[in-house]
Design a protein around this ligand. Structure first.
Ligand SMILES: O=C(O)CCC(=O)C(=O)O
Length: 334
């Protein structure tokens, strides 16, 4: 498959419609490249119709976000949960607080603790129109569970096999994390301003975890980074020589993060995104060998063949708390 790998470490792919149409093969091909992250620019023919969200749809997880200083150049996101509100009320608030932000301004605000913003996360609604078939994150389980030619589906978490949607304003941010269960994740930005992602090079995970542990020295937790609230500033990552890259995700673009890849980021303005976790053969292998591994569940064991190799195919489970222009690489903003 033809790919165009950008000079920064997060490769960018422009699949043809034919390549894109077979979700399973495409993911399998990406996994064979041994990537931690990828940005996918869907073919121009793919114009997924978005759903109009009913104004009365209740958002259960709306947060006001502030930032606090940790040690060693880290910041912590302080999330204060607001009362559930309707989508239309949220849109009113978001519109009233609308602001555009760039990378420098974001980190300045974080450092000065001067900003607070909204973020509505983990909303149990898909933004894909029901008639969208290709890459419809709410239909992956049904349509792609059989992609590797087996008919085994894993049900590691009954009832969580649906995507979550995210409604952001400028500065809405997500702390450094890898996915629950070290699953892979797909995130599509349906509409609005771009999202800036930071990706830690996977061979730097140990250094990164040591750094985040030092940042949260007063907090009694060995792997505090797993709380998903740490924002490590890029300048500290640079100073500590921890390899990372940045990628801007524009509306219509897809970010895929594979097992074990730490990522964090923020939105540059108001936007609406959707993401879902999914498993794969590579994820299973990673899970079995990783120091992060949780004990395999009975369902996972059921998917192993007699020689211990994974027999499973792609599954989709939603995350707990997760165009055709040449993408602007954020490095060019400096
Ligand atoms: O956009 C967010 O707030 C979370 C994104 C994320 O971590 C993911 O989709 O994997």
């Amino acid at each position: 498959m033809e790919s165009q790998i950008n000079s920064v470490e997060v490769p960018i792919f422009w699949p043809s419609l034919e390549q894109f149409a077979n979700f399973g093969n495409f993911i399998k091909w990406l996994e064979a490249q041994d990537l931690s992250f990828a940005k996918v620019i869907p073919p121009p023919e793919w114009e997924p119709k978005s759903k109009i969200i009913p104004g009365e749809f209740m958002l259960e997880n709306v947060y006001s976000q502030r930032h606090d200083k940790l040690q060693h150049g880290g910041y912590e996101i302080i999330n204060t949960k607001l009362d559930p509100m309707t989508y239309s009320h949220y849109v009113q608030l978001a519109t009233a607080n609308e602001c555009e932000i760039n990378e420098d301004k974001f980190w300045e605000n974080v450092a000065s603790k001067s900003s607070s913003n909204l973020y509505a996360i983990d909303n149990d609604i898909s933004l894909f129109g029901d008639d969208v078939s290709l890459w419809n994150l709410s239909k992956l389980t049904k349509t792609h569970s059989n992609i590797h030619g087996t008919n085994t589906t894993m049900n590691i978490a009954e009832g969580i096999q649906r995507p979550f949607s995210y409604f952001a304003v400028g500065s809405s941010c997500f702390g450094a994390h890898i996915e629950d269960g070290n699953l892979n994740s797909i995130n599509i930005l349906h509409r609005g301003a771009p999202k800036l992602w930071y990706f830690i090079r996977q061979d730097q995970n140990k250094k990164f975890e040591q750094l985040t542990k030092k940042m949260s020295k007063n907090i009694d937790c060995d792997l505090y980074v797993r709380h998903k609230t740490i924002l490590p500033s890029p300048s500290v990552l640079d100073a500590q020589k921890i390899g990372f890259s940045r990628v801007l995700q524009n509306a219509g673009e897809i970010i895929i993060s594979f097992s074990g890849g730490y990522h964090f980021g923020f939105s540059l303005g108001t936007n609406e995104a959707e993401s879902v976790n999914f498993g794969s053969e590579r994820w299973l292998r990673f899970l079995m060998t990783s120091k992060y591994a949780h004990a395999p569940t009975r369902e996972m064991n059921n998917t192993l063949t007699s020689d211990g190799s994974p027999e499973s195919s792609m599954i989709s489970v939603r995350s707990f708390p997760v165009r055709y222009v040449k993408p602007i690489m954020i490095r060019s903003l400096h």
